[in-house]
Design a protein around this ligand. Structure first.
Ligand code: A3P
Length: 288
């Protein structure tokens, strides 16, 4: 059994970290979404901060207010960060428009307004192959376990990978989570972006986001945003943002690190799990 279990609790079958509390989950479905909100909805460790930073850069360049994009200090709306007195949504409810909201919640626990087809809110969903996502979460867990009162040394990869495919990790089962948001794929207010595609061609990804956000930026500004968003250029920004909480967001930032962790048997079992859950959903991931 992995050490991670000790710092999680379960709400209606969903594993969550202790800094997401029941009261938040009760009120969040009713959280008032505005038409000009921009939402990043992600499973943890899929590149949330990378995508969010790009969105922030685009909004800033287009002259949106500073307050609306001050999201790194707020973080995911359901979380009460160690440095904050209340969960993120309390502060976000007070912010002026346009706001940028982040959530790691599965679609059925997130504010209902995000997925209402008649709403004009723009929702970006980062997606990443589950093996690299698992490796990233393994390392992140080693950082957060001590902060939540556990012992990180006892978290072994062999146990973690089992728990991961059983959904006993923060925010639950990867496949259920992505499938939930993937239901919205035909809604024009949703944009799904693959981490691996962003790694391959960041400039194209930034252009896609600019178009999706309906923002008018000249070519050199767009190029500048892509350049500033490479792993090496963004790492100091992300490290700085997370420093107060003694954790790291920017670790390796590559595709395929999973090969350094998964045994052949673990990899095959993982593939079978994904195929069983995701097969037929038209959702594929790149592992190289
Ligand atoms: P690794 O742990 O594999 O390095 P999240 O923001 O959802 O917590 O995701 C964190 C992952 O995104 C980490 O993956 C981190 O290194 C990666 N990441 C952050 N900024 C990035 C960037 N500019 N380019 C590529 N990957 C980035």
């Amino acid at each position: 059994m992995s050490q991670l279990r000790n710092v999680l609790w379960t709400h209606q079958g969903l594993s969550l970290p202790h800094n997401v509390i029941k009261e938040t989950l009760d009120v969040l479905p009713g959280f008032q979404i505005r038409d000009d909100d921009v939402v990043v909805a992600s499973y943890p460790k899929t590149g949330t901060n990378w995508l969010t930073e790009i969105v922030v850069k685009i909004l800033r360049a287009s002259g949106k207010t500073e307050e609306s994009v001050d999201t790194m200090t707020v973080g995911a709306m359901e979380l009460r960060r160690p440095t904050a007195p209340q969960p993120g949504y309390v502060k976000l409810a007070e912010l002026l428009s346009p706001r940028l909201l982040i959530t790691h919640l599965p679609i059925q626990f997130a504010p209902k307004g995000i997925s209402k087809p008649q709403n004009k809110v723009k929702v970006l969903v980062p997606m990443r192959n589950p093996k690299d996502t698992a490796v990233s979460m393994f390392h992140f867990s080693k950082e957060i376990i001590p902060l939540l009162g556990g012992n990180a040394d006892d978290l072994r990869w062999e146990d973690f990978v089992q728990d991961y495919s059983a959904g006993i990790v923060p925010y639950g089962d990867f496949c259920d989570h992505v499938l939930g948001w993937w239901q919205m794929r035909d809604d024009p207010h949703f944009l799904f972006l693959k981490y691996e595609d962003m790694k391959k061609d960041l400039l194209s990804a930034v252009k896609t986001i600019v178009t999706f956000l309906e923002v008018d930026l000249d070519e050199s500004t767009v190029k500048g945003i892509a350049e500033a968003s490479t792993f090496n250029n963004m790492k100091p920004v992300l490290d700085n943002a997370a420093a107060a909480e003694r954790r790291h967001i920017a670790r390796k930032g590559i595709v395929g690190d999973w090969k350094n962790y998964f045994s052949t048997e673990e990899s095959e079992a993982f593939d079978a799990w994904c195929e069983k859950k995701l097969g037929g959903a038209g959702l594929t991931f790149d592992f190289e």
